[in-house]
Design a protein around this ligand. Structure first.
Ligand code: ZN
Length: 198
């Protein structure tokens, strides 16, 4: 029996599709939203559509940015010969927060997962190889320490090894299955400093 109005049910349905939002939280948010002043609701909805429509991927590293090339790739003070490979823009943000990494990044947009049917051609590996034609001295693989992250790291190592460019993997200070985003800065820096060649 549907005892809510269809409009509210639809809103709850949409909200509960978001990560970390169960049916209860979705209902709580939905009722909060209908209690908000109409202008605020419009502002919220418009900001979502605006973010979605105006987001670009950096043409070099593929992080999410407002411009054609992100500020990190454009920066002259960064070391463009060191590329850290991460799975998502959120991982990049975690390393940027430490303020200690001076190289640039490459955002894969996921990890290889045979179980989910995500193969090497589904993430931005071709684009990474393309970048290695430039003056690159080291590729630091900072994918998550999940099975998918490790599989991706091994694949990248094999892919790049023959080019003679140094490939390293962040240290295992990052807990297995750990989401880079949730790890504190000290642990991230230790993982980066303790990286080993693979
Ligand atoms: Zn970039």
């Amino acid at each position: 029996m549907d005892y809510f109005s269809n409009h509210i049910s639809r809103l709850i349905g949409e909200l509960s599709r978001l990560p970390g939002i169960g049916p209860k939280s979705a209902a709580r948010l939905a009722f909060h939203i209908i209690d908000m002043p109409e202008e605020e609701v419009e502002e919220l909805a418009a900001s979502m559509v605006d973010a979605k429509k105006n987001i670009h991927y950096c043409k070099t590293c593929f992080t999410i940015t407002d411009e054609e090339e992100c500020p990190i790739c454009r920066s002259r003070s960064r070391d463009h010969s060191t590329i850290m490979v991460v799975e998502t823009t959120r991982d990049l943000a975690a390393y940027e927060k430490t303020g200690k990494y001076e190289g640039v990044y490459h955002v894969l947009g996921g990890a290889i997962s045979p179980m989910l049917g995500i193969g090497p051609s589904d993430i931005r590996l071709k684009e990474l190889v393309e970048r290695l034609r430039g003056d690159v001295k080291e590729v630091i693989v900072a994918t998550n320490s999940s099975l998918e992250g490790e599989t991706t790291a091994m694949y990248i190592s094999k892919l790049i090894k023959s080019s003679g460019i140094k490939v390293s993997r962040i240290a295992s200070g990052v807990p297995v299955g750990g989401d880079l985003e949730c790890i504190d800065e000290v642990t991230l820096l230790r993982a980066l400093d303790g990286r080993v060649e693979i």
